[in-house]
Design a protein around this ligand. Structure first.
Ligand SMILES: CC(C)(COP(=O)(O)OP(=O)(O)OC[C@H]1O[C@@H](n2cnc3c(N)ncnc32)[C@H](O)[C@@H]1OP(=O)(O)O)[C@@H](O)C(=O)NCCC(=O)NCCSC(=O)CC(=O)O
Length: 408
């Protein structure tokens, strides 16, 4: 190599972050306009949508609600909003503009609540954020929620913004994957990932179908600060993002999807989704751990026993968690963080995975405080999320031992 080439090579490597990208802080938020217990949801839903006469559908929604594993959900939608917008009840009436008018303000506002918590935990000024990756299924305008969020938080004008739209439930994991690539390839980068989902764009009466979607989805926002080394004083690495992969299950593009219509966004969830994920998930994990073994240069790192890991799985629905648990022969309790988030908030689409990471580190903190010296907590973990495609995002996580103190 000539001297000039060597210098270029050296300066290129100086442009990269040190080590794998790391989660440095997490924040979450939910709207408090309406908090609906799941066992009251069917009665309330049929009342506010003036559909009491559809008794067969109401009984069916009650049966579905009982099986979701959800106890309550948060919503921005209230009866006052419905009174002002009766067109939201009829999918045949044009209502997309009115819905977008509301979420264009509320989606970034909810994201800002989550991000403010993450930034406070991180301990550095918001102006130190270099990149913003925003994911939502409500982003039907430009400029979009990413610009609104940047201005609400007072980010620098040179922040590099990216918006991911309609990635659905894998949006959060996709945003984290992208943040990992940005942090590792831009020395000193500090990436704010924000996912904010408000179901108001999908709301409709029961005769439009999709009772499962009505029973499952809730509103929430999650924010994560991601950065690679060198770390500034006070920065505390929580999860190292060792390797990340994305896989599409061939021939399943019609199984899961979203469609923007004049009457709002429609969800399609095929009954086969849990089974399709069950068939593919182990292969995705084996590939991700093989790539993490290559990343850390350790042949044994790809050789994993699933029960030795900690787990952050997107709780798309109770049968999906049951299926993954069964296929991987996971011990009871391995998916406890995912089940907890599903129970407390429902499926908040792309934002859900951030809640699961937050719940995992909260549980870890408690377990650390209680454990005796002989009992080691898992050092390695797997994150899984899925959505339209069917697309599966898989990430191998690692807890830096030197920083175990960060969980105390
Ligand atoms: C709806 C459920 C709570 C029902 O629980 P069980 O399947 O255990 O119970 P069950 O078999 O008795 O079903 C109860 C009733 O629901 C109906 N049912 C079940 N799944 C259905 C589906 N996908 N579409 C329409 N109806 C469905 C059954 O036919 C049955 O009707 P009857 O009582 O009349 O016989 C569950 O299947 C579930 O959570 N499914 C959602 C899984 C899913 O697709 N998640 C992905 C979300 S999207 C996501 O996370 C990514 C993204 O959107 O991007």
């Amino acid at each position: 190599m000539t001297r000039a080439k060597a210098r270029m090579h050296e300066s290129r490597s100086m442009e990269h972050g040190e080590g794998p990208a790391t989660v440095l802080a997490i924040g979450t938020a939910n709207p408090s306009d309406a908090i609906v217990p799941q066992d009251e949801f069917a009665d309330q839903f049929f009342r506010v949508t003036k559909s009491e006469h559809l008794t067969y559908l109401k009984e069916k929604l009650k049966r579905i609600c009982q099986k979701t594993g959800i106890e309550k959900r948060h919503f921005h939608m209230t009866e006052d909003i419905l009174r002002a917008h009766p067109e939201f009840l009829d999918r045949e009436l044009p209502s997309l503009d009115a819905r977008i008018d509301i979420v264009a303000t509320e989606v970034p506002k909810l994201a800002a609540s989550a991000a403010a918590k993450a930034i406070a935990e991180w301990g550095r000024p918001a102006t130190d954020i270099t990149h913003l990756v925003f994911s939502t299924y409500s982003g039907c305008r430009a400029p979009s929620a990413d610009l609104q969020l940047a201005s609400l938080l007072g980010l620098r004008h040179s922040v590099c913004r990216t918006i991911l739209s309609l990635h659905g439930c894998y949006g959060g994991a996709r945003a984290l994957h992208l943040a990992k690539d940005l942090a590792e390839n831009n020395r000193g980068a500090r990436v704010l990932v924000a996912c904010s989902e408000i179901t108001l764009v999908c709301f409709g009466g029961p005769d439009g179908g999709n009772l499962v979607g009505h029973a499952l989805f809730g509103d929430g926002a999650g924010a994560v600060i991601v950065g690679a080394g060198p770390f500034a004083a006070g920065e505390r690495p929580l999860f190292e993002m060792v390797s990340a992969t994305q896989t599409t299950i061939p021939g399943t593009e019609h199984a899961l999807g979203m469609q923007v219509t004049g009457g709002g966004i429609d969800f399609h969830l095929a009954i086969q989704v849990p089974m399709l994920l069950g068939h593919s998930v182990e292969r995705c994990l084996l590939d991700a751990f093989a790539s993490s073994a290559a990343a850390v240069g350790d042949d044994d790192a790809g050789d994993v026993a699933w029960n030795d890991l900690f787990w952050a799985v997107h709780p798309g629905g109770r049968p999906i968690l049951d299926k993954i648990e069964a296929v991987l022969k996971l011990e009871p309790g391995k998916l406890a963080a995912s089940r907890h988030v599903l129970r407390e908030y429902g499926n908040m689409s792309g934002a859900t995975i951030v809640f699961v990471l937050d719940e995992l580190r909260r549980r870890r903190r408690e377990e650390e405080a209680d454990r005796d010296d002989d009992h080691q907590l898992p050092e390695w973990g797997a994150m899984l999320a899925f959505g339209p495609g069917i697309t599966i995002e898989t990430m191998v996580l690692h807890i830096p031992q030197a920083n175990e103190a960060n969980y105390k």
